[in-house]
Design a protein around this ligand. Sequence first.
Ligand code: GLU
Length: 483
Amino acid sequence: MARDTARDTSKVRVRFAPSPTGFLHIGGARTALFNHLFARHHGGAYLLRIEDTDRARSSQEAVDEILQGLAWLGLESDEAIVYQSAGQAQHAALAEELLARGAAYRCFATSEELDQMRQAAKAAGKPMRYDRRWRDRDESEVASKVAASTPFVVRLKAPLEGSVEIEDAVQGTVAVQASALDDMILLRSDGTPTYMLSVVADDLAMNISHVIRGDDHLTNAFRQTLLYRAFDKAPPVFAHIPLLHGADGQKLSKRHGAISVTEYRQAGILPEALCNYLVRLGWAHGDQEIFSRTEMEKLFSLEAVGKSAARFDSEKLEHLNAHWLRQAKPQSLAQEIIPRLNCPLDAEGQKRLIQALPSLVVRVSDLNALAHAAKVYLQAPDGFDDKGSKILSESASDLPARLVRAVEAVSQDNWHAEELEKALRLLAENHTLKFKAVAQPLRVLLTGTTISPPLFEMMEILGRTEVLHRLATAQDLLKARIP
Ligand code: GLU
């Protein structure tokens, strides 16, 4: 036996094994995260295996997207990535070994014969089971078929009675009757290994101690257990985690909205928030909702993974994203939003952006909204919107000029939100106007609109030169309107 006890967590080696047939599904990302956390918790290794043996359905594009998504989430492999297709010759050799030991056999059943079995099963309302007609054939009969180059597949000699039991770390003890499992194919007639063989062969070669994956693979685990037995090796500990469901209780699919990691990234979700959200889908630590990565690694255990399907709740994700946005450093937020701005940014713009971010971030829950809100600091308005125009036309025609003078009176040394506010309050008092009646037009002149970050704080960050420049431009725009 390869390991003393399957429950031994002293040498944890886990793997995430996506098939590169499409994007990285958030359910897959959660599986990767659980594996990663489990490995970190036990000081073990987390590996990545790309299950690309189905050449027709696999693509390099999908591999790239999966790797990018994992890197973004901080879930990169601790060792060189294993590509399943690269090991096919070794996998086939293992099947040959079982054949030589009598644990597997050649099956020459033709496709017509298999069709007949399928139809008979269908007529009897039973699932198709290969009837093992080549399992105990006479050696000489097999030899003459081989000599005549008759095509064959290699099948595993599965037990004929008893049951196959799995002590699943999440599902508990699960068992099937051996009679429910037929003699699975290990090598196809072209000599290539089947998926079931490759998974076990790779998990053995990679010395995997725990297989943590979606519970859609639970039925495979029984057959895989038989293969471990045939190889005389202890199976890994299996932990089958329930799949994700949408709010309606159905398996999470495109119909429920974004399901690829890339879509969440594009929607302005932070990796910290997505991981925090994913860890709570199926795992709990009391009623705690916010977890840093370090905390997750410290607390994660398979015992605390629930058996029932977790429901996806996008509001909760938004809430967590808002939380993690507030925790992020302005420098790193700036790096995230610069590509989302679609406007050139000089050094002055970058400086302004970093100063503005702490106050902007408290009002948004994703990076796109943050980038949108930041634009007011980076781009002067090229006109006034309807509400803005209305405000300006309702105020005295000499108000813009008075506003400019009041603002100009604040020197560079005094250019702070409080001083600016004082100057404006004075202007309002001197003209017996309400404060709002001077503040709103000033906001419109500076931003083109009636909604903006707090006015004086914004003016402080924009800086004296930019504010005066914007006011001059706004006055020009107003003059150009007068017929
Ligand atoms: N390649 C399989 C999948 O993407 C995972 C197989 C496994 O984890 O054993 O669903």
